[in-house]
Design a binder for this molecule. Structure first.
Ligand code: SF4
Length: 539
């Protein structure tokens, strides 16, 4: 395995000073960060902007230089100082901004001391004189002076060497076990230290709700652009929506909608994925940020996909059939089909080849969809809406039109989850890549089809959220009208944002978050840090 930070010009890449601070906090966090697993720094940016406005020369404070780029070639580090006060002829004071939450005390940590020491060394390497250092806790509005000793500078240089060793290793260090640092770690939602042992979690580290949303733009002829830090959607001069960019988790574009180049660039810059679908529910593409994480794991994914991973194929199909059986047991009138599905679960687990797994999956699909009509209420059937057989594109009836659209919404969410952890949606383990389909995304969709997509369709139709007037049929192809599409998207969003009890880990989480957790479990199996993959099975 080649080192992760290979140089291109005979020189070693400098290590970001912030990465050394991550290493001091937890070596695994430094490895994840070096692999591109960056977390939201918006809070920090807001804090710096807020503080900069306080430090105007008119207030009598010294003239500051913000975001000063620094490097020390001898140590092999680079970075930036949030603010440098004083100069140009006098001694300098470095001020580091921290957005420590107010619920925690404004304490200068070892990582902060090391970061300041490296900043001092980098500035000194240019001949500058640094007289003092401080940390400004933005949320507390407290400034703490930090005198540094010779021991601090020695420890900082040693930390650089240790950080380089860790980030050049092919595999991440193991996650900490039951360690209080994890509760304060910005990477806990990516690292998943508690989930790795695959046991029920009794004392869960709560991952902060980012308060973001997936934005669906579904008005034909609308135009979405970026202005003043907001995504604005307009149609014929009328503003339909205006959303702050920091509230956006992703964008889904439905049908004939224009996104400006400026908006696409801004979303990519923020590592947010855009998924484009047709008006009938085909995913036609998605955007991928150029700086996605886990490049080395992506190579391993391609190798694993080429070699085949029967264990993953069986896990995806086993969970899918199990969830089909549970949904049918809960909502239908087909106990014999449920029994057959349960026995097919056993056959999937015992399969000896991927083609055998696919055969079992096909048998299960025939049984499940053969009884799907029993999950429609008598009222719905009385309206003439029935389901005879599964027909993908073009849909031959209302229920298939709904299923096609719900599966496209699900695929978009799963693609986003896969791209977020740096994997390639196309290199899968059950579906074939030879048909140019996003094989891994389709693999991971399997366990979510019944509890998310099918469940949404059944709810929308049985509860009367969509009715016969929401469809049109032309030359045997049935499609949803605009109102029905909006109703289905709303029902889908309610479902993926609703919480359930994760059957493996025991805690409550949203279905959308569960997709990313499962994608990260696949990543763990691929990069060798996870022993096996366990699909979600509803009870
Ligand atoms: S969650 Fe814990 S183990 Fe994972 S990177 Fe953070 S501190 Fe380290």
């Amino acid at each position: 395995m080649t080192p992760k930070r290979a140089a291109t010009d005979g020189l070693r890449d400098p290590i970001p000073i912030s990465l050394v601070a991550h290493w001091v906090f937890c070596p695994r966090r430094a490895w994840l960060e070096a692999a591109g697993e960056q977390t939201d720094t918006h809070q920090v940016a807001v804090g710096i902007a807020a503080h900069a406005s306080v430090d105007e020369p008119s207030t009598g404070r010294p003239a500051d230089r913000h975001s000063v780029e620094i490097a020390d070639e001898r140590l092999g580090i680079s970075g930036r100082c949030d603010a440098v006060e004083g100069g140009p002829d006098g001694a300098l004071t470095i001020v580091e901004y921290k957005s420590t939450p107010v619920r925690r005390s404004p304490t200068v940590t070892e990582a902060m001391r090391i970061q300041l020491a490296l900043q001092v060394l980098a500035l000194r390497s240019t001949g500058a004189v640094v007289a003092a250092q401080a940390v400004y806790f933005v949320n507390h509005r407290v400034r703490v002076d930090v005198p540094l000793s010779a021991d601090d500078f020695e420890a900082a240089a040693a930390a650089v060497a240790s950080t380089r060793e860790v980030i050049e290793a092919p595999q991440a260090p193991a996650a900490l076990e039951d360690d209080p640092r994890c509760a304060a770690c910005s990477h806990v939602g990516i690292c998943l230290p508690d989930e790795r042992p695959e046991v029920e979690i009794h004392r869960r580290i709560v991952v902060d709700d980012p308060g973001t949303q997936v934005v669906h733009v579904a008005s034909a002829g609308a135009r979405a652009s970026v202005r003043d830090g907001r995504m604005r959607v307009e149609h014929r001069g009328e503003e339909l929506a205006s959303i702050p960019l920091e509230k956006i988790a992703g964008v889904v574009v439905h049908g004939n909608v224009d996104l400006t180049g400026g908006l696409i660039r801004e979303l990519l810059w923020r590592s947010l994925t855009v998924v484009w679908t047709t008006g009938t529910g085909r995913v036609v593409g998605w955007s991928v940020p150029g700086t996605g994480p886990n490049g080395a794991a992506r190579v391993q994914q391609h190798e694993a996909a080429a070699a085949g991973r029967l264990d993953l194929a069986k896990a995806f199909v086993g969970a899918k059939i199990s969830n089909q059986a549970t949904l049918l047991r809960r909502n239908g009138e087909a106990p014999a089909a449920v029994d057959v599905l349960r026995s097919l679960q056993g056959r999937a687990a015992a399969a000896r080849s991927v083609s055998e797994v696919l055969g079992v999956e096909g048998d299960a699909a025939a049984r499940y969809f053969g009884s799907f009509n029993t999950m429609l209420t008598p009222r719905v059937r009385g309206l003439g809406i029935t389901f005879r057989t599964r027909t993908p594109h073009p849909a031959r009836d209302e229920v298939n039109a709904l299923l096609n659209y719900a599966y496209a919404l699900l695929l978009g969410d799963v693609v986003r989850a896969i791209v977020a952890c740096g994997l390639d949606p196309h290199a899968g383990f059950l579906h074939s890549a030879s048909r140019n389909k996003p094989a891994l995304a389709l693999d991971l969709c399997e366990e979510f089809r019944a509890p998310v997509a099918d469940s949404v369709v059944l709810g929308a139709i049985n509860n009367g959220e969509v009715g016969p007037d929401d469809f049109s049929t032309v030359l045997g192809a049935t499609r949803m009208r605009d109102r029905g599409r909006r109703a289905l998207i709303a029902a889908y969003e309610r479902r993926v944002e609703s919480e359930f009890r994760h059957p493996v880990f025991g805690y409550r989480t949203s279905w959308r978050r569960a997709m990313e957790i499962q994608a990260r479990m696949v990543l763990g199996v691929i990069d060798g840090t996870q022993s096996r993959y366990v699909g979600i099975r509803i009870r």
